[in-house]
Design a protein around this ligand. Structure first.
Ligand code: PLP
Length: 414
């Protein structure tokens, strides 16, 4: 029972180095966040030792009396948080939640209709190398080439043309809210099941700052680790009674074996915290931070450098920087921001003229910094640092110093 540093100093060094990296840089990858210590505690706990195939009260293993309590708490809290009659908290990840959803509501060869990957969709919504594109007949809708917003007339036309079994609403890179009622209307018109993947905006929904898909969708999936700020994992929710049993058996035994009870316990804590006023305040700061960033990146000096923001702004926790007119491409932007201490990811913009490894965009999110404690003043400062870094001849040393002042003022896991 020696400590990690003694048993495996190489891995212990990785943990220390990663903690240092998280502390000393500004994390602005839109899909990331910082979990509270309480969540780390569950995840690094003895619950990892326990097999618990099945569901609370109906397990295929003995000794589940305590993990049953954890899973039931996670289920009850998820249901209360999102207003769902059903919750499955076992998916190991967002992708495995999505695999289970499709397993429950479609059969091999059925047509599924989702947002094009290159326009902000996710791999599991029908990308050709992903299980979703290999098992199902995946077709896609895109965003409008002028507004860069989803075009409901196009979705409806595609739905009528392809008669999908499943209509998917949800995104990995899209800065606006979706109209779930409209999606449901289209799904009903063609007899499709509506599945909403709220992985990115679930935290905003939990805080009441984004419309909930639950009144409209047949089934909703999510990750727990993005805006929701819980452990890396997935969940499935529904108010469609005819699907509850199918969804449960699609997760287990359909997709998974033993659930990760340490992660499920951590999910329970994350859902508890997501119902607090502090969580709502954090989501509000997240949204204001994203707006401040969009405002700064659409000012005249940025425009003159060929920088813009897709759709002209944001309603959510992220901004999609449009560098199609800029001399700096997505890869260079990611590298420059890394140099000053800001972590982001390059991202293709719809109709991107540059190749996928280069891209003409950057996706920048504000969730993790809001968790770190940033408010309006700090987000205004970060926005200015980002804008100046992407403009011609950035003063990297001066910009790095401004980043350091921010990381020093907001210590992480202090
Ligand atoms: N769904 C959406 C919309 C996502 O953006 C992501 C992750 O980026 C996922 C699902 C998959 O989540 P995971 O990485 O946990 O498999």
């Amino acid at each position: 029972n020696a400590p990690l540093a003694e048993v495996d100093p190489e891995i212990a060094a990785v943990l220390q180095n990663e903690l240092g990296r998280q502390r000393d840089t500004l994390e602005m990858i839109a899909s990331e966040n910082f979990v509270p210590r309480a969540v780390l505690e569950s995840q690094g706990s003895v619950l990892t030792n326990k097999y618990a195939e099945g569901y609370p009260g109906k397990r295929y293993y003995g000794g589940c009396e305590f993990v049953d309590v954890a899973e039931q708490l996670a289920i009850d809290r998820a249901k209360a948080l999102f207003g769902a009659a059903y919750a499955n908290v076992q998916p190991h990840s967002g992708a495995s939640a999505n695999a289970a959803v499709l397993h429950a509501i479609a059969s091999a060869g059925d047509t599924i209709l989702g947002l094009e990957l290159a326009h902000g969709g996710h791999l599991t919504h029908g990308m050709k190398l992903n299980f979703s594109g290999r098992i199902y007949n995946a077709v896609s809708y895109g965003v409008d080439p002028d507004t860069f917003e989803v075009d409901y007339d196009d979705i409806r036309a595609k739905a009528i043309e392809h008669q999908p079994k499943v209509l998917i609403a949800g995104w990995s890179a899209y800065p606006r809210q979706l109209d779930f009622a409209k999606f449901r209307e289209i799904a009903d018109e063609v007899g499709a099941t509506l599945w909403v993947d709220m992985a990115h905006f679930a935290g905003l929904v939990a805080a009441g700052l984004h419309p909930s898909p639950l009144p409209h969708a047949h089934v909703v999936s999510s990750t727990v680790h993005k805006t929701l700020a819980g452990p890396r994992s997935g969940i499935i929710l529904s108010n469609e009674e005819s699907l509850f049993k199918k969804l449960n058996s699609a997760v287990f035994p359909g997709q998974q074996g033993g659930p990760l009870m340490h992660v499920i316990a951590a999910k329970a804590t994350a859902f508890l915290l997501a119902a607090t006023p502090e969580f709502k305040d954090r989501q509000e700061r997240t949204l204001r931070g994203a707006k401040a960033l969009a405002d700064r990146l659409t000012q005249d000096d940025a425009k003159a450098a060929g920088i813009d923001v897709l759709t002209g702004g944001t309603d959510v926790h992220l901004v999609l920087v449009d560098l199609r007119e800029s001399e700096v491409d997505g890869k260079q932007a990611e590298d420059l921001l890394h140099e000053v201490g800001i972590t982001v990811n390059r991202n293709s913009v719809p109709f991107d003229p540059r190749p996928p490894m280069v891209t003409s965009g950057v996706r920048i999110g504000t969730s993790a910094l809001a968790t770190r404690g940033f408010g309006d003043a700090e987000f205004t400062e970060v926005a200015d640092v980002i804008a100046l870094t992407l403009m011609p001849e950035p003063d990297i040393a001066a910009l790095s110093a401004r980043v350091k002042a921010l990381t020093d003022a907001f210590p992480l896991y202090a």
